[in-house]
Design a protein around this ligand. Structure first.
Ligand SMILES: C[S@@+](CC[C@H](N)C(=O)[O-])C[C@H]1O[C@@H](n2cnc3c(N)ncnc32)[C@H](O)[C@@H]1O
Length: 196
């Protein structure tokens, strides 16, 4: 299915995450951020929408997904939108060995029962919705430059307080920079950086 947003045009097959309110919230923040020359990691790139938007704003982007189909589609979408982006299929930071000024992650944040997790393992954040986020936050500091920042999108369903506790435990200073109410939940974007 096609997805259009401003000057972006993406092709998104049914098995790849179709951009939703969460993607749009992140896009909105990226649009207002000066990304020129910054090294950006788009974790869980899906269709590549955030990676393409960041590259269009002058960032040097590495886009990562655990799903090799997503990586392929994101690569095609980058080319179709005249952007040059590096791609890697990786379980979080497993295949990454460099540091970034900004790591963006529209994380799989919804809890799901075992059946749903088995059907679409890459879409759900585990039984409590926080497994992937917790693993991500445990490793992220090793992949940030000295003043590097994270933009993490979660939902109140993920457990906002619990995620903030993980950030505290892992030594991040954080602030919720954007919120949006949607029918069943509130989306929250958290900006975090390592406490110095
Ligand atoms: C909510 S979607 C976001 C997609 C896209 N960034 C967007 O904003 O529309 C989450 C993405 O994270 C990917 N993902 C899930 N677990 C992952 C992991 N362990 N490592 C890397 N990517 C993962 C999924 O395959 C999916 O594409």
């Amino acid at each position: 299915m096609k997805f259009y947003y401003k000057d972006l045009e993406l092709e998104i097959p049914a098995n790849i995450y179709y951009p939703r309110e969460d993607s749009m919230l992140m896009l909105d923040i990226l649009e207002k951020t000066d990304l020129r020359g910054l090294k950006v990691l788009d974790m869980g790139t899906g269709s590549g929408i955030l990676a393409v938007a960041a590259a269009k704003k002058g960032a040097l982007v590495l886009a990562v997904d655990i799903d090799k189909n997503a990586v392929e589609i994101a690569w095609k979408n980058a080319a179709a939108n005249n952007t040059v982006i590096r791609y890697r299929c990786s379980d979080l930071f497993e295949k990454i060995s460099e540091r970034f000024d900004l790591i963006i992650f529209n994380a799989p944040y919804l809890p799901a029962d075992d059946t749903r997790i088995q059907e679409l393992p890459q879409w759900y954040g585990g039984p409590n919705g926080r497994e992937i986020i917790e693993r991500f936050l445990r490793s992220a500091k090793d992949f940030l430059t000295e003043h590097g920042k994270i933009l993490l999108l979660i939902s109140t369903i993920t457990g906002e307080k619990e995620v903030k506790n993980i950030l505290d435990k892992e030594g991040f200073g954080w602030v919720a920079i954007k919120r949006e109410k949607i029918p069943w939940e509130e989306l929250v974007v958290i900006a975090a950086r390592i406490n110095i």
